[in-house]
Design a protein around this ligand. Sequence first.
Ligand SMILES: [Zn+2]
Length: 437
Amino acid sequence: MLLSVLPIYLTEVDEMAKKEQTPKIYFLDVTNRDGVQTAKLGLSKLEKTMINIYLNEMGVFQSEFGFPTTRHEARYLEANLELAEMGVLKPIRLEGWIRAIVGDVKTAFKFVPNIKHLNVSISTSAQMLKGKFRGKKTGDDIIKEMTDAVDAAKALGAESVGVNAEDGSRTELGFLVKFGLAAKEHGAARLRYCDTLGYDNPFTIYETMKALAENVVMPLEVHCHGDLGMAVANSLAGARGSVDGGQDVYINTTVNGIGERAGNADLVACTLAITKSKGFAKKYQLGSPIKLTLAAKIAEFASYAFDVPIPLNQPGVGANAFAHASGIHADGVLKDPENYELYSYKELGRGKPKFVETGREIISGQYSGVAGFRHLMGKMNVSFASRDEAADILELVRYANVQSHKPLVEDELLFIAKYPHIAQKVLTQTPLVLETV
Ligand SMILES: [Zn+2]
């Protein structure tokens, strides 16, 4: 009896071990870096903080939370690292983006001494060598600059350094492998393959990512843009290439796909594609689950903060994503939602009633007074010990409003009331002393 059970038992253990070894897919959101680089758009430092908080709640592995070499980012970055220390921004990893230059690494640690994770970026394509660096740099120079930057970051205490091959999709594969191997040798944690111009298609990016995984043998990141309308499809295919090549992969996303030019791969759409598309999740799985129930919330917040409407037909979160008008579809979906819906609106956190004030409205602004503010916060069940305390919090709310130029949402007001000292840091901007004029 025992003998007949044993082989089955061993097979199950083997199967489990194999499952554990299967490379996984993670998300690395770059809204607070690529998203805010978008022409005509931007976020206040408090809005960036809220994005980090929502990403953390959703279970996103990492947020590229900003630019540690930019002076006006420094206090926001430090304050968010403090939130991480406090356990508020945990377990999300907060990582800063810089150019792969030793000088930038030094500046990053000078402005943001507590920074622990960095991604260093440099262009790798022949086009950029010729067109951007004007032929003054060779491929070897690029590799040397990158490895020097990795060494410097490690020496200054970085716990992890990712290396970005900008314009990777127009870079010769052999050079990308050489670049990746050099990064690995110098202790980089990951190689980011950037389809900077959205030039790849799912077939090409699959092959490239698989080849990189097999030849560089280190975890990869895939960073896609939507210039040809394929950012999500390319991210999926790239992730599959990396997993098939034996390596974990980190898909770069932004909320609502907001990013330079035609934008980046959308976080919610990528999550849906990985978990819901035909047969994909059987083999290609997320390393940690994403709470899709927060999808509507983060999408709506980003839309409000960027002042960019969510497209009507946006997957999952657009106004029409679950709307049915034609008789056949309406009848079908009422009989059984699965007739015409791939997933439920409830899974995305939709369907809850929303309170919309149609009468008198007291809102927060840069000239608000204490009485109105206490009334506003009272509606959220927040009361203050004294008038002075309310006035202090209001002062922070006024500053936040000066930066965002729009009434704060409930979560922002609650955040300021709960963490006034962090909010104070996030909101503080001190321009450098002018020495020449
Ligand atoms: Zn980008």
